[in-house]
Write a protein that binds this ligand. Structure first.
Ligand code: CP
Length: 372
């Protein structure tokens, strides 16, 4: 069956996306086919205002440049009104629960995006509680609207990023990542202890589509067990593979795409959970300093031209922002500046697709020729 056939599109009506693992590979193929079609129509200047007058509300509990812009751009192209608020300015900061917050936002909004990525064990759980709050309220009041929740990065996954990356990799490889050797590598960062969700999202998604994924990191920078288990299962089901190495050179040899980026040390990311729960800002600062000191021990983990020469003429990926001079040399970044921009731009179309598949019953008709 074609990815854009009406029954496959219909199966996605009302769906939230909290981790890619919740969706089947058929669901994800359909979503990405919609995203690719939207990109094509948008570039041709076709109007795509399929959801006029609807509110696309998003809450960010962490900084963002690209994802905020992609949310706003996606909503605007669909004719929605995007509103983006700083999560720390909401009453969540005063103890309002995620379920209460979901009910209060969902009674007005038509879609809700959330970024909550800094503390392990919290972000994805928050999003699931928000979704429960929305769904419970709508059911109790007989409101037939569906208000999908879109994960704009949590502690477990960054699904709009990994799906944008998959869309970009498919375009680069002429349609499929199956059989391709793709390296997700830790890289040195002096700026901050970054979330684990990008590498977790990448390894758990690409393995499901037949890629041969190598994960490289120094000892002590392990990812969470659950997304690693998803990656192992995905590789076994798809004919792909997952290999782990502690040697960045080894990870680059023969790779066809490389994704070198930093994340925080495993033990300290866990230590941060208790300090955050206790509201101990001094402990949080101390943990951050120790994480950065740990990172310095691995400053040789940089994507440079020597390592790129070990690859099979690999495509360089980064979710951005990159620490230039630490994660990647200026020369490599300059060489791939347009490519990482195109990679980033895919998120706009992934978010458009997520909003449209969840909310437009006759999407197949609209996709065949644009709105009008
Ligand atoms: N890659 C990414 O999510 O970028 P932002 O943090 O700027 O949204």
């Amino acid at each position: 069956m074609d990815a854009l056939d009406p029954p496959r599109l219909h199966a996605l009506l009302g769906r939230s996306l909290l981790v890619t693992h919740d969706w089947t590979t058929d669901d994800l193929d359909t979503l990405l086919a919609v995203a690719a079609r939207f990109e094509q129509l948008d570039r041709a200047g076709t109007r795509l205002d399929l959801l006029p007058g609807q509110l696309a509300y998003a809450m960010f509990f962490d900084n963002s440049t690209r994802t905020k812009s992609a949310w706003a751009g996606a909503a605007a192209r669909l004719g929605m009104h995007p509103i983006i608020v700083d999560g720390s300015s909401t009453q969540v900061a005063h103890g309002e629960t995620a379920e209460e917050t979901g009910a209060m936002l969902g009674m007005n909004a038509h879609a809700l995006g959330v970024r909550h990525d800094l503390i392990l064990g919290e972000g994805n759980a928050f999003m699931r509680d928000v979704q429960r709050g929305i769904d419970t309220y709508l059911a109790a009041t007989g409101d037939a609207r569906s208000v999908p929740v879109v994960n704009l990065q949590c502690d477990v996954d960054h699904p709009t990023q990994s799906l944008a990356d998959l869309l970009w990799l498919r375009e680069h490889f002429g349609g499929s990542v199956a059989g391709r050797r793709i390296t997700m590598s830790w890289a040195y960062s002096p700026s901050y202890a970054k979330p684990l969700s990008v590498p977790q999202g990448i390894v758990s998604l690409l393995t499901r589509f037949g890629a041969h994924v190598t994960l490289a990191h120094p000892p002590g920078y392990e990812l969470l067990p659950q997304p690693m288990a998803w990656a192992a299962e995905g590789a076994a089901d798809s004919g792909g593979s997952l290999r782990i190495t502690h040697d960045m050179d080894d990870a680059f040899v023969g790779a066809e795409a490389v994704y070198p980026k930093s994340w925080g040390p495993h033990a300290l990311m866990h230590e941060r959970v208790a300090a955050n729960r206790a509201g101990d800002t001094s402990a949080m600062r101390d943990i951050e300093q120790r994480a950065l000191a740990r990172n310095v021990e691995h400053r040789s983990w940089i994507c440079d031209e020597r390592r790129m020469a070990l690859t099979a003429d690999a495509l360089y990926l980064h979710c951005l922002p990159a620490d230039i001079g630490a994660e990647v040399t200026p020369a490599v970044m300059d060489r791939f500046r347009v490519e990482v921009g195109r990679e980033a731009n895919k998120k706009l179309y992934v978010i458009m697709a997520l909003l449209a598949v969840a909310k437009v019953p006759e999407l197949a008709v609209a996709l065949s020729g644009g709105v009008r």
